[in-house]
Design a protein around this ligand. Structure first.
Ligand code: GLN
Length: 488
């Protein structure tokens, strides 16, 4: 019998729908796979075997149908799951079981998707390596001594290690795309407002967006369609249907498409192997009938500093809710200490160093007397970046760049240098500040490690990402994860 963990999501759904296999068998195969490899990969913080098998049984009973019914999925631990632990990678939420499902979770369940468990992440999604998780790092399935990217390293690693064909990530500055790039998977940050943030534990509310991770472009599109669309519970949700992403992935056609190479996001600062794969991918698009031009987005060089004012500012406000009263951890509540002291002790113990750094940065940037100089200035830069996008999209239908400056780096290599860690997101942050959709799609290997190509599109043109990604995938099929450590 074929190994059920090697099927794509589309193949799995078809096999379940035709009753070639049962959803329970598929779920069990993935639970077995997790049991066999996750002690080494550590993609999961919590495996919900019971919940997964119960959901699969409902699919087999015909209660739940649809294009992804019976397909297993790994869910980033920042999305609320009713009754199932949700930590956001933090000690402060240890033991917390949300009383409700996030909209993304609810839509997955209604679509018959089988949630296998919750994946590891940098604490509150702050990081680029998953090393800031309070529960230990995730290992890159391509090389266990290397980072899987972050903050959604667990989601990307689960997909690359065949622990799940699909995963959900969240992307505030690159946390879906960067992990996808360094694990050889497809990752998409949808248009801001395209996927509901209801029940997504907030990091930076004006930037956060949940999206798909998969091993094929079509699978990502199927997942995108399942979770996307208007939600009245999120005031920033767009009141329009999901762009036709599945149709675009099937179309896989870039003939006549104008592709703009962003000058500021290539060359200096990018590893030669990354640049080379990028150049080849662009050449492949030309051969497929796209026209390529160079475009300039002069303010993109200010995206990183603007992001590190806006995101921490919003985080300092969002994280104020973890007050030792409402959720999870409570330290020093001995009946003698006052509320403020209990709060301070809880936050001191419950938050890790990177989260504290962000809270301090954000509180400072928002403080009276500095607000205009920092937060206000960053908002102006955000406007200029949006204008750069608008101008570039007059010349090109989509923009492209390498997703990351380099391939997966060794675990520990950048832990003592926050700025080096922040620089991982040089190319991904502009789309978050603008609000447009962006995809990372595998573009080959450098020194045996995956390289990602980033495609960026105008707001609500998520379909264009899938046309480009699918065309590239058809012309230059992705390398499967070698998993040498399994046989070593
Ligand atoms: N690495 C970036 C940060 O640490 C982006 C994180 C994200 O997208 N959640 O803020």
């Amino acid at each position: 019998m074929t190994d059920l963990t090697r099927l794509t999501a589309a193949e799995t759904a078809a096999a379940v729908a035709s009753r070639e296999v049962s959803a329970v068998e598929v779920a069990q195969a993935h639970l077995d796979r997790i049991a066999a490899v996750d002690d080494r990969v550590h993609a999961f913080l919590h495996v919900d075997a019971e919940g997964a098998l119960a959901q699969a049984a409902r699919v087999d009973a015909g209660e739940l149908t649809g294009p992804l019914a019976g397909v297993p999925l790994a869910l980033k631990d920042v999305l609320c799951t009713e009754g199932v632990p949700t930590t956001a990678g933090s000690r402060i939420l240890e033991g917390w079981r949300p009383p409700y499902d996030a909209t993304v979770t609810a839509r997955l369940r209604a679509a018959g998707v089988v949630v296998l468990g919750k994946t590891n992440m940098d604490e509150f999604a702050m990081g680029s390596s998953t090393e800031h998780s309070a529960y230990g790092p995730t290992h890159n399935p391509w090389d266990l001594d290397r980072i899987p990217g972050g903050s959604g390293g667990g989601s990307a690693a689960a997909v690359a290690a065949y622990e799940a064909p699909l995963a959900i990530g969240t992307d505030t500055g690159g946390s879906i795309r960067q992990p996808s790039a360094v694990t050889g998977t497809v990752g998409v940050k949808p248009t801001y407002g395209g996927v509901s943030r209801y029940g997504l534990i907030a990091f930076s509310s004006s930037l956060d967006q949940a999206g798909p991770v998969a091993r094929t472009v079509l699978d990502a599109a199927l997942l995108h369609e399942a979770i996307g669309g208007h939600d009245p519970r999120d005031s920033t949700s767009i009141a329009a249907p999901v762009p036709p992403v599945v149709e675009a992935a099937r179309q896989a056609d870039v003939r006549g498409l104008r592709v703009g190479v962003v000058r500021e996001l290539t060359g200096d600062g990018y590893e030669p192997g990354v640049q080379a794969r990028f150049d080849e991918a662009v050449q492949a698009l030309v051969e497929l009938g796209a026209t390529v031009t160079a475009v300039s987005c002069p303010h993109f060089v200010h995206a990183l500093p603007a992001y590190y004012l806006i995101a921490p500012s919003e985080a300092s406000s969002n994280l104020a809710r973890f007050d030792a009263v409402r959720y999870g951890l409570r330290v020093g509540d001995d009946g003698e200490r006052g509320l403020e002291e209990v709060m301070a002790l809880t936050r001191a113990q419950g938050f890790g160093p990177e989260v504290k750094r962000r809270i301090v940065l954000g509180t400072y940037a928002l403080s009276s007397g500095y607000y205009d100089a920092y937060y206000g200035q960053a908002q102006k830069v955000r406007t200029l970046i949006t204008r750069d996008f608008t101008a570039a999209f007059a010349e090109a239908d989509v923009l492209v760049s390498p997703t990351t400056p380099g391939v997966a780096f060794p675990l520990g290599a950048k832990l003592s240098d926050p700025l080096a860690m922040y620089r991982q997101d040089l190319a991904t942050i502009p789309s978050n500040l603008y609000g447009g959709p962006a995809m990372s799609v595998p573009a080959g290997l450098s020194d045996g490690l995956p390289v990602g190509l980033q495609v960026m599109a105008p707001v609500q043109r998520d379909d264009l990402l899938y046309r480009v990604g699918a065309a590239l995938e058809a012309a230059r099929p992705f390398a499967p994860t070698p998993l040498q450590w399994e046989t070593a």
